[in-house]
Design a protein around this ligand. Sequence first.
Ligand SMILES: CC(C)(COP(=O)(O)OP(=O)(O)OC[C@H]1O[C@@H](n2cnc3c(N)ncnc32)[C@H](O)[C@@H]1OP(=O)(O)O)[C@@H](O)C(=O)NCCC(=O)NCCS
Length: 185
Amino acid sequence: MGNMDHNFLFDPSILADLDYSSWKSSFRPGVSPHTPGQGFKVRPLCASDYDKGFLQVLAQLTKVGTVTREQFMARFNAMKDDKSYYVCVIEDLNKREVIGAATLVIEQKFIHSAGMRARVEDVVVDDTYRGKQLGKILTVVLIMLSKHLGCYKISLECTDQKLPFYQQVGFKQDGTNYMVQRWET
Ligand SMILES: CC(C)(COP(=O)(O)OP(=O)(O)OC[C@H]1O[C@@H](n2cnc3c(N)ncnc32)[C@H](O)[C@@H]1OP(=O)(O)O)[C@@H](O)C(=O)NCCC(=O)NCCS
């Protein structure tokens, strides 16, 4: 099975190599996605995050329900094989706990010269760690990742209450409506 701590969803060097210099003034002094805070690290989701509270953090966003280790690993492996899912997390290394997460999903297109678009999904920071710019860090990581991957746009859906949070990192409303049909609450 190998060391689960090293079973990354995607190559961690992709995150390590991103350049955030243009974002310097957006963060408090000393803070950046490469230096998110004392003892904190931004990295791809790992198989071992099942035991580091990843699902408990997601449960602060929406209903997670019961996900067995087997179900988690099956989904992790399917996402890893697919290569379109970039689930990023922040770990508190001292506690060995996931304290934030955000996902970038890449959609392949025929339009835009057979281009790719990126979608932001499932952004959440553990409530005891909010207000430390970790949500902003995760969002900026996804933006720079989508640029690095060559996407022609990045988009997300959010409530009115979260608009200022996303506007501060450059997202704009474009007058489109988000529509949904739901079969499960
Ligand atoms: C939204 C969320 C991810 C923000 O995480 P966070 O780590 O507390 O946010 P940050 O510390 O990075 O905030 C960065 C900035 O955004 C501002 N901000 C944070 N939450 C905000 C909100 N809901 N509305 C407006 N501004 C907000 C902060 O004031 C901060 O400003 P600063 O950079 O001048 O200090 C977090 O509140 C959360 O997990 N909420 C529940 C899940 C959720 O709703 N996710 C979004 C789904 S669309």
